[in-house]
Design a protein around this ligand. Structure first.
Ligand code: PLP
Length: 372
């Protein structure tokens, strides 16, 4: 590891990750394929995969080829699926590295088949069906296209899957329509003698509330990391946030009434104010919209962000907190200990979803792993 000179870090609690996996297993008996795209939602894909592999997980999902290749270097034996599209011209590398691509176009299947024949190997593929997400996948043409693919040499049709657009909404009618389309296609394939062993549909929301969607394999993402897919959904399940964002105070001063803090002078002191500076900012994922709004924890007490969040620095008001010293630890995004400043709460304030908060924690913030 390179030296970490700046006192800013994200703490990743691997025991919370394992705890969340156990909870998921209480919801389903299907095989679990954790989704570790975007560096495991910002938690660090290699370490997350290592921890879950030790719990017996053998299959993981990533978004694109580079992510799969990084994992392949560390884990030669795992089943690695790429859930997003891969261009046909990269078929050779998919075959050589024994990766499992999704197929949403016949062209991909053709190119993969040619590569597999050339390299004298068989490649497993999972066919993506668009049942209503409107993103990628085969639609009305699916049955005919899959029949053609089934005849191609070097391919093993291991899986078929779809993605739900509204599994987290109060009304599940659309999700049931998507499942019906999926089931209908599967029945037709079966009639043609095409049996695909792994069906998968369920993301975190569907794992929690749509047992009909679990099939042979489930694809949890956000709940593994201890955040809820939507507010209220899975609240009582007992998931624990895995990642927290921390920093140390690097500067302290008292300013007078009328003096201001940061760009644009959006904060002007109305009393003598003790100001602490933290060495991180929006380039680390502490979004600028949090200026004058978010609260952090210093010595167990809340302190508000004052003034605009800068690229690399942020100021907080610690007037109300006794004995604050240089080097004191500050929590900016809480784990289970500070649910009031969780990634979910931050997402609410910023009118987004916790996914975006977690993925947004900058590459330049080192991850520290605890409780392996
Ligand atoms: C990201 C993703 C998931 C995981 O979704 P969560 O809501 O985080 O559980 C599952 N399937 C696909 C296709 C995805 O893109």
């Amino acid at each position: 590891m390179t030296q970490n000179y700046r006192p800013v870090w994200a703490e990743v609690d691997l025991s919370a990750l394992k705890h969340n996996l156990k909870i998921i297993k209480n919801y389903t008996a299907s095989e679990i394929m954790p989704i570790v795209k975007a560096n495991a939602y910002g938690h660090g894909a290699v370490e997350v995969v290592r921890a879950l592999k030790n719990e017996g997980i053998k299959r993981f999902g990533v978004a694109f080829l580079e992510e799969a290749l990084e994992l392949r270097r560390h884990f030669p034996d795992l089943n690695l699926m790429i859930i997003g599209p891969t261009l046909p011209q990269y078929s050779d590398i998919l075959v050589k590295e024994d990766l499992i691509p999704e197929i949403c176009q016949y062209k991909q299947a053709e190119a993969l088949s040619a590569a597999a024949v050339k390299l004298k190997k068989t490649i497993r593929i999972h066919i993506k069906i668009d049942t209503g997400m409107g993103r990628i996948g085969l639609r009305e043409e699916a049955l005919e296209e899959i029949k053609k693919m089934f005849g191609l040499p070097g391919l093993f049709l291991e899986g078929i899957y779809t993605h739900l657009a509204t599994a987290d909404s109060p009304d599940l009618a659309y999700a049931y329509q998507q499942l019906a389309k999926f089931d209908n296609l599967y029945r037709q394939l079966k009639k043609e003698g095409i049996i695909i062993p792994l069906r998968h549909v369920a993301n975190s929301s569907a794992i929690l509330r749509l047992p009909e969607s679990h099939y042979e394999l489930c694809r949890p993402g956000i709940i593994l990391y201890g955040q809820l897919p939507a507010s209220g959904l899975g609240e009582k399940a007992g998931f624990k946030p895995v990642m927290s964002l921390k920093a140390k105070i690097v500067h302290l001063k008292t300013i007078e009434t009328g003096e201001s803090v940061s760009y644009g002078r959006s904060f002007v002191a109305t009393r003598p104010t003790r100001v602490a500076t933290l060495p991180l900012g929006y380039a680390d994922g502490l979004r600028r919209d949090l200026s004058n709004r978010w609260q952090v924890i210093v010595n167990g007490k809340k302190a508000p962000i004052i003034g605009k969040v800068c690229m690399d620095q942020t100021m907080i008001d610690v007037t109300e907190i006794e004995d604050v010293k240089l080097g004191d630890e500050v929590v900016l995004i809480g784990d289970g200990q500070y649910p009031e400043i969780s990634a979910g709460q931050m997402a609410k304030m910023l009118d987004t979803i916790s996914y975006e908060i977690l993925c947004g924690i900058g590459q330049r913030v080192p991850r520290i792993y605890t409780n392996p």
